[in-house]
Design a protein around this ligand. Structure first.
Ligand SMILES: [Zn+2]
Length: 262
């Protein structure tokens, strides 16, 4: 099940390196909910609602108007999305985050002390590093510096659940990971590769265009993970799904609703 946990209005140059700054895109904030034996695995959690709704916190964390996140409802987007699917937050038995950006790790507070949370070790080390750099890159320590979180740290490609493999795709952030999801034969088999922010848009994939957000690497270095994901997807015959594409995400959400009803 695909979730849209909000929207963010961003200059296209954040998604595609070299794109015009004055072209503003409204991009969905993605989450993926996967049914496992005995529970659900949530990939990415959306924004920390407190940082968006509290005006003083919002001023600190989102000083630029054009980056102002839009939340879908009045409550917690993850809980509301689960509710619409007839699920309680307790139905989520594990969580994985692609990376620690504010629009992906912001609702870890809902799962701290409750379920295991998968992340790349490199990503957490960077996020918890002392210098002010992570916050300047929209990695907000308050989202994940919580001793109650039951971290499951990966060093590179790792199967995090049967049929779900984290693929190390650093560049966007130092420990970014994408996910290969193999679907069970009972739902028709096949699968998907979820790039998340290794490739925001279809054009990053189709034209192998560098992404505009990267940490500690040259922009060109973000193309290598895209090629790797393309090769993985091609080898398996899976679709490679970009993380923030305003057309692909809603279309695939509908497709999933039809293919995996209630
Ligand atoms: Zn990101």
């Amino acid at each position: 099940m695909l979730l849209t946990l909000g929207w963010e209005e961003l200059p296209k140059s954040i998604s595609v390196y070299g794109a015009p700054d004055d072209e503003i895109m409204r991009e969905p904030v993605p989450g993926v909910l996967l049914e496992l034996d005995g529970g659900w695995l949530l990939l990415d959690t959306g924004f920390n609602t407190a940082l968006v709704r509290d005006h003083a916190l919002r001023r600190r964390f989102f000083p630029d108007l054009e980056y102002l996140p839009v939340l879908p409802g009045a409550g917690e987007p993850v809980e509301e999305a689960l509710e619409r699917a007839g699920l309680d937050v307790d139905a989520v038995t594990s969580v994985a985050v692609s990376h620690l950006h504010a629009d992906h790790a912001g609702a870890l507070k809902l799962f701290a002390g409750r379920v295991p949370v998968h992340v790349q070790r490199r990503e957490l080390e960077y996020g918890l590093s002392d210098h002010p750099e992570p916050e300047r890159h929209s990695i907000f320590r308050c989202d994940f510096d919580d001793a109650r979180i039951d971290w499951r740290l990966a060093d590179g490609d790792t199967e995090i659940a049967p049929g779900v493999t984290a693929i190390s795709t650093p560049g966007h952030t130092p420990g970014h990971q994408s996910f290969v999801v193999d679907l069970d034969d009972s739902v028709g088999g096949g699968g998907f590769v979820f790039a998340f922010d290794a490739a925001d848009l279809t054009e990053n994939i189709e034209h192998e265009l560098a992404i505009g957000g990267f940490i500690d690497v040259e922009p060109e270095a973000t193309v290598e993970p895209i090629r790797r994901l393309k090769a993985l997807a091609a080898a398996k015959g899976y679709r490679l799904v970009p993380g923030h594409d305003p057309h692909v995400w809603p279309a695939l959400t509908t497709e999933f609703e039809n293919r995996f009803p209630g």
